[in-house]
Ligand binder design. Structure first.
Ligand code: SF4
Ligand code: SF4
Length: 252
């Protein structure tokens, strides 16, 4: 996204709408008085399109380049909720997450599913951050869910993402995977510790596990016991968002 300086009248109405603070003022050289222009920082912008969709600009000065090149187009793909992913045909971040499990049945009674969303509006994240998570998932024995566009960017045997995408920034991207049920609590504990120590952005972990035949739920019961310490609240009929978010070195 960019601002057409020939049209912009510097009203600054667009500055507050950007969810990552990419729009700001830039002082321009003028010996006699203070002079500035309103600009979009190319590196900070995640191409989410909010500034254009909100139609705040009276001059229609906010413009999109016609063909965003690869890999920058991934910024729009993962940040613009109107963008449909080629690999999954799903809008926005390209995954329906675990919410459609009753149709897809990727998360069975034999396993527990996790999703780790890296980044949020206001913070954003680089694919380099997500790669730390995906490589850790492989180290923990996780198996990636297939209905997720991140898989198309990844070597599933190592969790490494394509080198050329690592410096692309998005509002957020999600890794989804399953682990055997008996390993789930250990994986969760390791993942939380890893994210806390290593991630430069914020992350949110969600979990899904099917009810057992007897109507009980061993994993969620254990999670609840665990939750007395961490405050997790299991919802047996839906995705449980554990709400873990941390900056590097911070506390969950
Ligand atoms: S496209 Fe999104 S990130 Fe870029 S300037 Fe507009 S609102 Fe900000
Ligand atoms: S809203 Fe439009 S005219 Fe006003 S500063 Fe932003 S780009 Fe310029």
């Amino acid at each position: 996204m960019y601002i057409d300086q020939d049209l912009c009248e510097r009203c600054m109405d667009c500055i507050p709408v950007c969810p990552v603070g990419a729009i700001g003022i830039e002082e321009t050289k003028c010996a006699r008085h203070f002079s500035f222009r309103v600009v979009i920082d190319y590196e900070t912008c995640v191409e989410c399109g909010v500034c254009r969709r909100l139609k705040k600009c009276p001059q229609k000065a906010i413009k999109q380049v016609e063909d965003i090149p690869y890999p920058r187009i991934l910024r729009a793909a993962f940040s613009d909720p109107t963008f449909r992913h080629a690999s999954t045909a799903v809008l926005g971040r390209g995954t329906e997450e675990m919410k459609t499990n009753d149709v897809k049945n990727e998360f069975t009674r034999d396993n527990v599913g996790f999703s780790v969303e890296v980044g949020r509006p206001g913070v954003g994240a680089y694919f380099r951050d997500l790669q730390k998570v995906t490589m850790k998932v492989v180290a923990l024995g996780g198996d990636f869910a297939s209905y997720n566009p991140v898989v198309a960017l990844m070597d599933k045997s190592t969790g490494a993402l394509q080198e050329e995408v690592l410096d692309e920034k998005v509002l957020s991207a999600i890794a989804e995977f399953v682990v055997p049920r008996d390993k789930a609590l250990k994986v969760l504990a390791d993942l939380v510790a890893f994210i806390n120590a290593e991630l430069e952005s914020v992350a949110t972990i969600s979990v899904i596990a099917r009810n057992e035949v007897d109507g009980g739920h061993a994993f969620l019961r254990k999670l609840k016991v665990h939750g007395k310490v961490h405050g997790y609240v299991p919802y047996p009929n839906g995705k449980v968002n554990l709400g873990i978010a941390a900056l590097k070195g911070g506390k969950p």
